[in-house]
Ligand binder design. Structure first.
Ligand code: CA
Length: 230
């Protein structure tokens, strides 16, 4: 794994111990010792993972995390917390941390969590879903067919991703509704219809033979139209 990790931890000895642990796994890491510097590094650097202590000078870890997510910096964050900081830990997960370990932690446990989070990033980057020759890039939201491509909006992407992940199945309209807009949203079904019609226009625009078929009274299904003019 060719990854780089940022460690934000004010106990310098611990920060260096973590860095050494990672190094033995061939994972490169930078260390910083206060929240404000940590935030600067995290915003400017291109890290694959941030190991973030909660109690930090200058700016606490949860504020760092909140600032990152507020600025759409979605680098995975592994929180380090003391036993006494359980409510903070929960708050941390709520504001966008990906996982946490409680100090004092076992080296093996830390490495396992780090690797799991890095793998998740690797899997995510550049992942492409396909149906016949139609491809959806999960990184760029680009839908392409042959040499033609078009970029999808966020909701269009989510619906297309869902349809492509469930190929061969009829997807009930209310499942799309729940998946994309959540259960506690009172938007009407025709939201789904509107976005499906946007997607159909985009599919037409790139001249693909893949279509979103309506199954009357049930939902939608991706189909390859072999009778079409390709
Ligand atoms: Ca600390």
């Amino acid at each position: 794994m060719n990854v780089s990790i940022l460690i934000i931890e004010d106990e310098e000895q611990l920060a260096h111990a973590i860095k050494e642990l990672l190094k033995r796994q061939k994972l490169q890491a930078d260390t910083v010792y206060d929240g404000r510097t940590g935030l600067e590094y995290a915003m400017q650097g291109n890290y694959d993972l941030i190991i973030l202590d909660i109690m930090l000078p200058e700016m606490d870890g949860l504020t760092v995390l909140r600032e990152l997510r507020y600025h759409h910096k979605n680098t995975p964050v592994l929180l380090l917390s003391a036993k006494s900081e359980i409510p903070d830990k929960i708050k941390g997960l709520d504001i966008g941390a990906d996982d946490y370990v409680t100090k004092p932690f076992d080296a093996g446990e830390l490495i396992a969590r780090v690797k799991a989070l890095c793998r998740r990033t690797e899997l995510y980057q550049g992942e492409i879903l396909s149906k016949d020759k139609l491809q959806l890039n999960k990184n760029t939201y680009e839908l392409s067919y042959g040499n033609q491509s078009i970029t999808l909006g966020a909701k269009e992407f989510q619906i297309m991703e869902y349809l492509m992940q469930n190929q061969g199945k009829i997807i009930p309209k209310n499942h799309i509704q729940d998946k994309i807009w959540g259960y506690d949203c009172d938007s009407e079904y025709n939201n789904v219809e509107v976005y499906i019609s946007f997607l159909r226009k985009k599919l037409l625009a790139i001249h693909t033979n893949v279509q979103i078929k309506s199954v009357r009274g049930v939902g939608y299904k991706l189909e390859v139209d072999n009778d079409g003019s390709d």
